[in-house]
Design a protein around this ligand. Structure first.
Ligand SMILES: [Zn+2]
Length: 139
């Protein structure tokens, strides 16, 4: 009558989530924090470039013709949209960190498998494991 302690589930995986080890969670956290810091540095860099472009525009615009002004405006707009997309990525990583604390981060939305730490480090906003992602792309 006593069931074996380890029941192997053939085929389909159980819906109940497995748990990650503390060490693994910490590894994910470290990767996310490193990514956030990296993005913040990139963001600061972009902001100072915007400030510089802005200053250039104000200081040496006297001799500029229409084309120069246009190019500078374009450059500045490019930098601003870059800054915005970095800002967006920082928010994603911050949300990921919050969800990690709640235990809701790093699981494949499709099959429920844990998403490998390496994948999460490279793509903090990943919600599918590589296998499911490939399946989704093939459709
Ligand atoms: Zn999956």
């Amino acid at each position: 009558m006593a069931k074996p302690a380890e029941t192997r589930t053939a085929g389909r995986k159980p819906v109940t989530k497995a748990t990650r080890s503390v060490a693994e969670t910490e590894k994910i956290r470290a990767a996310l924090v490193a990514r956030r810091d990296e993005l913040r540095a990139e963001y600061d860099q972009t902001l100072s470039e915007i400030t510089e472009l802005q200053r250039d525009r104000l200081t040496d615009s006297a001799g500029d013709d229409q084309a120069d002004t246009g190019t500078k405006t374009f450059e500045r707009e490019q930098e601003i949209s870059l800054a915005n997309s970095i800002r967006e990525r920082i928010t994603q990583v911050e949300r990921a960190l919050e969800r990690l604390d709640e235990g809701g981060y790093g699981w494949c939305e499709r099959c429920g498998d844990p998403i490998p730490v390496e994948r999460l480090a490279a793509f903090p906003s990943a919600t599918l494991c590589v296998k499911c992602k490939q399946l989704a792309e093939r459709r």
